[in-house]
Design a protein around this ligand. Structure first.
Ligand code: KG4
Ligand code: ZN
Length: 335
C-alpha cells in the first residue's frame, strides 16, 4: 500500500511517499523560514505564493527519491485542516488534480492527526497514548484512545507554546523563530533566577499570555533600573516555567486516565528543558516516553501519509473529495 501525501498547512511545503504506513520512501520538506524571518513571523500571503512555486518541483523530487512511478501509488493524502486558508488550498488543489488525473482515491487528513501519527513511523507503539502536541500553532493534550478515536484533554486558551517562545525571544532581542535561541541561552542561565507564573494550575488547559506579560514587565522593570538584561537567566526561568506547566498537566492526565504511553510531538518537542523534565517525570512514574525524531516532529508530509494509511485500511475517510475544502480551524475529533 503506497500513499503519496501532501502537507502545506503553514510555511513548509512537503510531499512524502509512504509504504504500508511505516516505511518512508521519501519525505521532501521545503521550509520558508528564511523568507518569513525578515518579517518576524509567517506572512500568510507570502506563504501561499511560495507553496505555489514549490509544490510541483517537490512532488517530482519525492517521486524520484522514492524511485517509483505514479502507477505504483495506491492513494493520495492531503492536509485539509487546520492551517492557513491560502496555504492549505495549494495542497488541496494539487491533491485533487493528481487524484483526478491519476484516478486514485484522495484521503483528507487533519494536520493534528498527522502530528499524532508521526510516532508510528519510528516506533512500535500501539494506542492508548497521551500525546502532547506543542508547536508554533498548537498546544494540545490529546488522549489517543485508538486509531480514529481521540479525545481532546486540554488546549491553550491564548498563545500556542511555540508562539510564546517566539514572542519572548523578540522581547529579549533574539531572532525569529525564537524557540531554538531561547533554548540555547537558557542552557547557560539560572532557571531559578525568576519565579514566572505557572498558569491554570488545576485544569488541563493552558494559558501563556500571563507568563509572556510577566516576562515583559520584568524586562521593563530592569530597563527602568538601568540593569543589563540577564538574557540567559530570563530564558532559563521562562523555559522552566513552560516545561513545568506542560509536564505537570501531561503526567496528571496520564495518571488520571491510566495510560502508560506518553508522546511529545511538534517543534517545541526539541526544547531541552521540556525533554529533560518529561524524561525525569516519566521515569519517576514508570511511564514510557516516545519522542519522534525532529524531522518528524516538525511539519512534514510523512506523518500525513501515515495517518492516511490507518484511515484507508479502516475505510474510514470522507470520499466526497471533489468538494473537499480548506478549513482553517478544526479541533481534533474522532472519525
Ligand atoms: O512544528 P513547528 O516546526 O511548526 C509549526 O508551528 O507548525 O514548530 C515551530 C515552533 C516555533 O515556534 C519555534 O520557536 C519552536 O517550535 N521551537 C522551539 C524549539 N525549537 C523550535 N521552542 C522551544 N525550544 C526549542 N528548542
Ligand atoms: Zn504542525
Amino acid at each position: 500500500m503506497i500513499i503519496m501525501a501532501i502537507e502545506s498547512s503553514c510555511d513548509e511545503t512537503s510531499v512524502a511517499i509512504i509504504k504500508n504506513g511505516k516505511e518512508i520512501l521519501s519525505n521532501i520538506i521545503s521550509s520558508q523560514i528564511d523568507i518569513h524571518a525578515q518579517y518576524g513571523g509567517v506572512v500568510p500571503e507570502i506563504a501561499s505564493r511560495q507553496h505555489i512555486l514549490t509544490i510541483n518541483p517537490i512532488l517530482n523530487e519525492a517521486l524520484k527519491e522514492a524511485n517509483i512511478t505514479k502507477d505504483e501509488i495506491d492513494a493520495i493524502a492531503v492536509t485539509y485542516a487546520p492551517g492557513l486558508q491560502g496555504s492549505l488550498l495549494v495542497g488541496i488543489t494539487t491533491a485533487k488534480t493528481i487524484a483526478w488525473l491519476w484516478n486514485k482515491p484522495l484521503i483528507p487528513v487533519n494536520h493534528l492527526e498527522g502530528h499524532m501519527y508521526s510516532v508510528f513511523l519510528e516506533n512500535d507503539i500501539t494506542p492508548p497514548m497521551i500525546t502532547l502536541l506543542v508547536s508554533g500553532g498548537h498546544t494540545e493534550i490529546i488522549n489517543f484512545k485508538d486509531y480514529g478515536k481521540y479525545e481532546l484533554v486540554g488546549k491553550t486558551k491564548d498563545d500556542a507554546v511555540g508562539e510564546a517562545f517566539d514572542k519572548v525571544a523578540r522581547l529579549l532581542g533574539l531572532p525569529y523563530p525564537g524557540g531554538p535561541y531561547i533554548d540555547k541561552c537558557a542552557k547557560q542561565g539560572n532557571k531559578k533566577a525568576y519565579n514566572f507564573p505557572r498558569a491554570m494550575k488545576n485544569t488541563y488547559d493552558f494559558s501563556f499570555s500571563g507568563l509572556k506579560t510577566s516576562v515583559l514587565y520584568k524586562i521593563k522593570d530592569l530597563n527602568e533600573q538601568n540593569i543589563e538584561i540577564p538574557v540567559n537567566d530570563i530564558a532559563a526561568s521562562f523555559s522552566q516555567a513552560v516545561a513545568d506547566t506542560l509536564v505537570e498537566k501531561t503526567i496528571r492526565a496520564a495518571k488520571e486516565l491510566s495510560i502508560n504511553n506518553i508522546v511529545i510531538t511538534g517543534g517545541v518537542a526539541a526544547n531541552s528543558f521540556l525533554r529533560s523534565e518529561m524524561e525525569f517525570c516519566c521515569k519517576k512514574n514508570k511511564f514510557k516516553l516516545f519522542l519522534p525524531s525532529m524531522k518528524l516532529c516538525t511539519d512534514n508530509a510523512a506523518m500525513i501519509g501515515c495517518a492516511a494509511y490507518y484511515k484507508f485500511i479502516r475505510d474510514d475517510y470522507n470520499k466526497d473529495w471533489l468538494n473537499l475544502e480548506a478549513v482553517s480551524r478544526q479541533p481534533i475529533t474522532s472519525n
